[in-house]
Write a new protein. Structure first.
Length: 291
């Protein structure tokens, strides 16, 4: 039982990272009706920004974090203007291809600028963790869980109790009607890209002390987060969060009890099972079209 509790805590920490990136997937999909396959690279770029500022330039962690978030916000604006906006009136397929091309461009740009050598980012706290009964609570995993809870609560408050959040929701539901009501649709979509870039950047920065900061980390996180959105119900915020947490727990238990080298495959086995038996996901609704 002690091992089970320890693995459950670790799985929640990893799953929270997947949940944040999956939330970005969902927000972009609801606003533009396309999937941003560069979302994982956003997390990778955020982690590398933190490494450059906190490790190479030796900035204080707090200032480096704020500056990294500023860089991610700028990346969200540039991505919207350079990738989505020119194709906004096209079908979803050209936009999806453009996001895939942008993800390749981002990963190769970081590779050219920083090289292939993985980097190490020190934890935020000097204290490694604390023992609570049989469970050892690592401070970095605790930080990930606390930040994720804060962001999820902020997401709910922002979209349900602020005028800007309601405008963003109206844009995601019906862009034409929102424009007729005087809502600046282009601005709302840009803010959605900025917000999703910030979420991915936070996820990359938080997980960086646990994983090596490398070019491949973005694609790995993106694949798990994309699987989480499908498992939770594509386009559902609650589903993205629950799916991310569930995948983190499944992956951790699978590595502990079955196989460490194949731990990345367990998430996709669950994904295949959902696609076969419940393709609409946990919170999704079955949609049928008349032939």
């Amino acid at each position: 039982m002690d091992l089970v509790l320890q693995l459950f805590f670790t799985g929640l920490g990893i799953g929270a990272v997947y949940a944040l990136v999956a939330l970005g997937f969902v927000l972009i999909f609801r606003a533009t009706n396309v999937v941003n396959f560069a979302q994982g690279e956003f997390a990778m770029v955020g982690a590398y920004m933190m490494v450059v500022l906190a490790v190479d330039l030796r900035w204080p962690y707090g200032w480096a974090f704020v500056a990294s978030l500023g860089g991610m916000a700028l990346l969200g604006v540039v991505f919207n203007l350079g990738v989505y906006y020119p194709l906004r009136n096209r079908t979803f397929l050209p936009v999806i291809i453009a996001t895939i091309g942008a993800s390749i461009f981002l990963s190769n740009s970081v590779l050219a600028l920083y090289g292939p050598q993985p980097q190490v980012l020190s934890p935020w706290f000097d204290t490694q963790g604390l023992q609570v009964g049989p469970v050892y609570l690592d401070t970095q995993y605790l930080l990930i869980l606390v930040v994720t809870l804060i962001l999820v609560a902020f997401n709910f408050w922002f979209f349900e109790h602020t005028l800007l959040g309601k405008k963003l929701q109206a844009t995601s539901q019906d862009k034409e009607m929102a424009a007729l009501l005087g809502i600046p649709v282009a601005t709302m979509i840009m803010l959605t890209f900025v917000y999703s870039a910030l979420l991915a950047g936070v996820a990359g920065i938080l997980v960086a002390p646990i994983l090596f900061v490398s070019i491949q980390m973005g694609s790995t996180i993106a694949l798990k987060a994309f699987a989480a959105t499908i498992i939770g119900g594509f386009g559902d915020v609650k589903g993205a969060i629950l799916g991310g947490l569930a995948l983190g727990i499944i992956e951790t238990f699978g590595a502990a009890y079955i196989s460490v080298p194949y731990k990345d495959g367990f998430a996709f086995l669950v994904l295949v099972a959902f696609l076969i038996f419940r393709p609409q996901g946990i919170f999704g609704e079955r949609v049928a079209e008349k032939a």
